[in-house]
Design a protein around this ligand. Structure first.
Ligand code: G3H
Ligand code: 13P
Ligand code: ZN
Length: 291
């Protein structure tokens, strides 16, 4: 059932476990996340990126998530969140359509602009009684990886400064903070790490719940240590994409010469594989039976 995100995250922070924030852009991914949450009796956050919204249409994907959450998922707490809203019009539209939380990501801008844009989003979100996430420091993606490899940028320079975090949260009044502590968007097993010392300093500096982005590719022990150190939300996208693709290739390969043409049947193993991935993640994060 859709509930205010405050209810989900406050309980996770107090209970010292993390809630998974899983990205979706269609019916199958959403079904997989909701079914896994019900199976594990776990709260979940379901999030859409700007590009997912462009792909699926805001009202459509919002309807898919809310309808599934309030029917199939009625026994577990579920919140809808905008992930990496870099453009104010999309952030505003998500607030108005009924999201439970929005991420105003102005982390690529200069500090003063990041403060101004994050504060503006927080004010608008709070008027509707919802939460706002902002980001301090940069979390790299594929393009950033190239710059990292060529030495054009240094990971340490991109990480969240604990002292600056105090000023940032005080000025913006955001409810959750996305931090940069060494993770990367995508699957870079072995390369991405969590700077646990920095994480502990940030936890000691600010009271707001912290969000770890770029979760895919991290080892179980790294997740567990980060949660022990105080992370309350962890974003996962690529792991579900990989599960989807692997199952699809196998299923299509084995059925290439059969009469199977029904897209629902073609996609069923992929949906099941994503559900299994979410179940595995929920168990690692410790949110099983926390509904
Ligand atoms: O952090 C970004 C998310 O993985 C969403 O990516 O823009 O391809 O939907 P996307
Ligand atoms: P991954 O794709 O690395 O799991 O990152 C997801 C994310 O941070 C979404 O905001
Ligand atoms: Zn992210």
């Amino acid at each position: 059932m859709i509930v205010p995100i405050k209810q989900i995250i406050t309980k996770a922070k107090a209970g010292k476990y993390a809630v998974g924030a899983f990205n979706t852009s269609n019916l199958e991914i959403t079904m997989a996340i909701v079914r896994a949450a019900v199976q594990e009796k776990s709260p979940v956050i379901i999030q859409t990126s700007e590009s997912a919204i462009k792909y699926s249409n805001l009202k459509t994907i919002f309807g898919v998530i809310t309808n599934l959450a309030n029917t199939v998922g009625k026994s577990v707490p579920i919140a809808i969140h905008l992930d990496h809203g870099k453009n104010w019009p999309i952030v505003k539209d998500c607030i108005n359509v009924g999201y439970n939380s929005v991420h105003m990501d102005a982390s690529e801008k200069d500090y003063a602009t990041n403060v101004r844009m994050s504060k503006q989003a927080a004010v608008a979100a709070h008027k509707k009684g919802i939460w706002c996430q902002a980001e301090l420091g940069s979390i790299l993606g594929k393009e950033g990886m190239v710059k990292l490899e060529t030495g054009e940028i240094n990971m340490k320079d991109l990480m969240t400064d604990p002292q600056q975090a105090i000023d940032f949260v005080a000025k913006t009044k955001v409810d959750t903070l996305a931090i940069s502590v060494g993770t990367i968007h995508g699957h870079f097993k072995g390369i991405e790490k969590v700077d646990q010392r920095r994480l502990k300093k940030i936890v000691a500096s600010v009271k707001v719940p912290l969000v770890l982005h770029g979760g895919s590719g991290l080892q179980t022990k790294v997740f567990k240590q980060a949660i022990k150190n105080g992370v309350s939300v962890i974003n996962i996208d690529t792991n579900l994409r990989l599960a989807f693709k692997k199952a699809l290739i196998k299923h299509v390969d084995t059925n290439r010469d059969t009469s199977m043409v029904d897209p629902r049947k073609i996609l069923a193993p992929s949906t099941e594989a994503m559900q299994a991935e979410v179940v595995k993640t929920i168990r690692i994060f410790g949110s099983k039976n926390k509904a």
